[in-house]
Design a protein around this ligand. Structure first.
Ligand SMILES: Nc1ncnc2c1ncn2[C@@H]1O[C@H](COP(=O)(O)OP(=O)(O)OP(=O)(O)O)[C@@H](O)[C@H]1O
Ligand SMILES: [Mg+2]
Length: 257
């Protein structure tokens, strides 16, 4: 469903070297890697916001066009909200997408309830918190019923509860057959993915299942990517098949010492 075939891309000081990978429909993929490793560039290529210099990017078998079955949410929600009420902001998106007017109300209600913003229809968008704004931007995308959702470090503005809610939303979207690709610098967020892509200096170093990646964290260390304690523990639990609380506490204690 997302196919990169020997994709090359250049900025003046940066190159995507020759990247090939496939992502299947309904998969949740986390892209991680250090700052300036190329995460956003790869997301932009998937969304069709930039074109490869060589090679081919196909999404649903076609060259991607952002907004046509593909929704992308960026880090800063302020740049993505245009209208002064929640309802108007979503209506504008639906109008832009040429969705028939009779569907607007139902789509708006469904999207707002998915991000737990139902009841906020008449709210002033400027008065929303950063996390609520981010959820509105996500609702905007959901209202268009995309097949692919792309999130670029979206959870940055969300508090821990909202962040968990955001990732819990993923499983609901997945059940509806939506494919999700998200970039994150917070490594423990890879636990919300099915597959993990690790990028470094414009190259894809790893694209593997979450289980495989968590079992062996050495790749992160080799690339100088900080591994949070939570992930270390999870990895030890898997590596040594720890089951009892005592065993887990023991592993944790060894780590802290
Ligand atoms: N529009 C642009 N013009 C020129 N160079 C760019 C542009 N966008 C990104 N770059 C360069 O490409 C490299 C990769 O950037 P990219 O944004 O893909 O990294 P990233 O992994 O998303 O980083 P971060 O974790 O900081 O978001 C960086 O060196 C950056 O300076
Ligand atoms: Mg980025």
């Amino acid at each position: 469903m997302i196919n990169f075939n020997k994709v090359q891309f250049n900025y003046p000081n940066f190159k995507i070297k020759e990247v090939s990978f496939n992502i299947k429909k309904g998969e949740i993929v986390a892209i991680t890697g250090n700052n300036a490793s190329g995460k956003t560039t790869i997301l932009n290529l998937i969304a069709g916001l930039i074109k490869p210099k060589k090679g081919e990017v196909l999404v649903f078998g076609k060259k991607p066009v952002c907004g046509k079955g593909i929704g992308m949410v960026f880090q800063n929600p302020d740049n993505q909200i245009i209208f002064s009420t929640v309802e108007d902001d979503i209506k504008f998106t639906l109008k832009n997408q040429k969705i028939p007017k009779q569907e607007w109300a139902a789509r708006t209600a469904e999207a707002l309830s998915l991000v737990h913003l139902n009841g906020y229809e008449k709210h002033d968008t400027a008065s929303l918190s950063a996390g609520q704004k981010q959820r509105l931007v996500i609702a905007n995308m959901l209202a268009t019923k995309p097949e692919l959702l792309i999130f670029d470090e979206v959870s940055v503005y969300l508090d821990p509860a909202a962040r968990l809610e955001f990732f819990n939303l993923f499983s609901e979207l997945k059940e509806n057959g939506i494919t999700i690709v998200f970039a994150t610098n917070l490594l423990d967020e890879i636990t919300f993915a099915d597959k993990v892509m690790i990028v470094d200096s414009g190259e894809v170093k790893v694209l593997s299942t979450k289980q495989e990646v968590i079992k062996d964290l050495s790749v992160f260390k080799a690339l100088n990517i900080h591994v949070p304690l939570k992930l270390e523990i999870l990895s030890k639990i898997k590596e040594y098949s720890l089951t009892s609380d005592d065993q887990i506490l023991n592993a944790l204690w060894r780590k802290i010492k």
